[in-house]
Design a binder for this molecule. Structure first.
Ligand SMILES: [Zn+2]
Ligand SMILES: [Zn+2]
Length: 90
């Protein structure tokens, strides 16, 4: 009547714990092939996100740039050449 007990993870010298999913792996390098792919993908996604953030920051200014019309004191977009009141903005 000897029941085979599952060996605890820590006392097993062979096999490593995959750093990605946390499950045991017997693959070389100590990482599941699919997890390695996932990890590489995640790294690439992270890079992509970073570059995307940069692009967004460049294309959309954080503050709406405006200039005040000296005549009516209304704010117009900095690129506008003529104010609503008809005053020419430099
Ligand atoms: Zn894994
Ligand atoms: Zn004006």
């Amino acid at each position: 009547m000897s029941e085979k007990k599952p060996t605890p993870l820590v006392s097993q010298p062979s096999g490593k714990v995959c750093p990605v999913c946390g499950n045991r792996t017997y693959s070389q390098g100590g990482i599941h092939p699919q997890c390695a792919v996932h990890q590489a993908d995640a790294a690439r996604c992270e890079k992509l996100k970073a570059t995307r953030k940069l692009e967004v920051a460049e294309t959309t200014p954080s503050t709406w740039r405006s200039k005040k019309c000296p005549k009516c004191k209304n704010e117009s977009h900095v690129r506008r050449k003529v104010c609503d009141c008809g005053h020419t903005l430099f």
